[in-house]
Design a protein. Sequence first.
Length: 225
Amino acid sequence: MPDPMDEAWESIRGKRGTNLGGSTGARLHESPTGERFVGKRGNHPAHIRNEFDMNRYLNALGVAVPEAKLFGPSQWPYTMLSRFEEGSKPLSLQDRDAVQRVRQDFVPHAAIGNWDALGLDLDNVLMRPDGTPSYVDMGGSGPWRSMGKPKGEAWKPQVTELDSMQYEPPHTPEVFGNMSEQEIGQSWDKYGGQDAFTDALQHLQDSSTRNIMGQRVEDIARRVA
């Protein structure tokens, strides 16, 4: 049976789609069967390859992300194609139950350095109809900033994001602020702790990123011990 992602890719190649805004060229496409997909190229090949890997890393942990597949570079630049989150809505700060569910996902985002986990307008986390938060943009994770520039020395083995990401503007303090050590431990345990975070490293193709991520996992394990 043909892969729906492959079929969708073949149907949208060479088509512009609808611009969804943002700095990395996300575009909405509709396949001949009526399914909708988002195509994204990032700001350079390493940027979008890293975003795809981090999408797969979170998926391996059990954090909800759109189904995605990476295509290229033949005929097109590298492009990540992901399923559009049908029926989902951006996180509302007035929905305290939804905010609490997102809060429980803090450690996976801190582990990958996902500085833009929530988005400028709370549009990087979408609440699915069943109430599950789904994270649709990992462009600011790993060694890259959301617009594709390197983080440099800010991407390091020590997970300083366990503290700094609680208070980064514009909305992070209202979702992740004042995390207790108990909450950090619970978020870590929710997704399987050190074994699961380590096993998911196989999805990271860049050896340098994988090496630093391995050290970051060990750093979190020491903190929550």
